[in-house]
Ligand binder design. Sequence first.
Ligand SMILES: [Zn+2]
Length: 453
Amino acid sequence: MTTSHTTQAVDTLIHARYVIPVNPKGVVLEHYSAALLDNKIISILPTTEALSLFTATESFELKQHVLMPGLINAHGHAAMSLFRGLADDLPLMEWLNDHIWPAEGEWVSENFVRDGTELAIAEMIRSGTSCFSDMYFFPNIAAKTANKIGIRAQFCCPVLDFPTIWGTGPDDYIEKALKLSDEYKSNSLINIGLGPHAPYTVSDQPLEKIRDIALESNLPIQIHLHETQHEVDDAIIQSGQSPIQRLKKLGLIGPDIPLQCVHMTALSPQDIEILSTSNVQIIHCPESNLKLASGFCEASKLLDSGINVALGTDGAASNNDLDMFGEMRTAALIAKPIAKNAAALDAATALEMATLGGAKALGLDQKTGSIEIGKCADLIAINLDALNSQPSFDPISDIVYSVASNQVSHHWINGKLLLQDGKLLNLDVKNIISKAQQWAAKIKSTDTSITNK
Ligand SMILES: [Zn+2]
């Protein structure tokens, strides 16, 4: 007797040596495949079964590779990539006041944001980041650039007490954010939110307005918070309360608003108590915190308190790259001396923070962050056929502790292949680099700290 069966047609079949779905945590499936239809993952199954059940328009045999969810860079300032290396080895306020803010005043424009964002996105897609959050001037231009390239992103429109090139003051910034949010409300890749810069640059009244908007229309909010001990000490001297206590009083930290808080160093036991009873999402940027000597976020302790912690690179001006593999490694390594425990923040936890944790922080965990049926196909393949990845006993440990980001060979975002065999398919790398060099030549001509070197 012969059996016959019909096969199901799909767009893409990816056969991989290993599949790491991230949910369930710590699981590694060997000789598994993913089937993609339209922009979604419709099946994850053993390769032998996939070959008999599906026919695909395009198939990929990734024999030495790990297939896993794309990484999520939950905090950054994409266009600042054009300031990469402009002012290094300086403390935060000197770096901001004497270099970054003057350079921004001189150079930030629509063209600067378009070229800088494109540079950042190219670097991120090449290094395995499928989704990023951005907070910078001209978010309209940055969103347009991301949408055109096809990367998933959240743009938190800046809100400050003072005028900048992007607006005249809080009301104007908020109005522009709402207009942009309206423009992108049915876009599947781009989310628009509000980005009050920091507690020391935004006063109570605009923060209350932002709170009301978040409650009414569900817009995400991201804020730099407790970046340094100095910020916390200053706030306590001025108002008798830590910035976290102030935001709780203003109703921004509580059970109803999933406030995305970036940095979160210098936390008192009272602060952690407030956070653990709220819906706060924490975005840990260990490399930026280290480079600016900002302080330490006790990520392991926060995770143990039941708080979601995601990872971000921050801008390339304070990192100096947008490499989430580096960020995972640094997060895992730095957690150990902080907790005085080598078991703190293990590899599976670091990987989860950089994927599903990021998706949760940005409110996108129904769509992305893990390889699960029904989620969007935001996937990367990592080639383990490299000296620094052999032998391989545990692919999760390899990814966090020894893989280099240039081992990312393939990258699908929303089902679309954007990187194949390490080559960006829809971006002109030569042109992007040439534009970055032109910007550097202009910036160099005006920053005396560089010209005097
Ligand atoms: Zn930042």
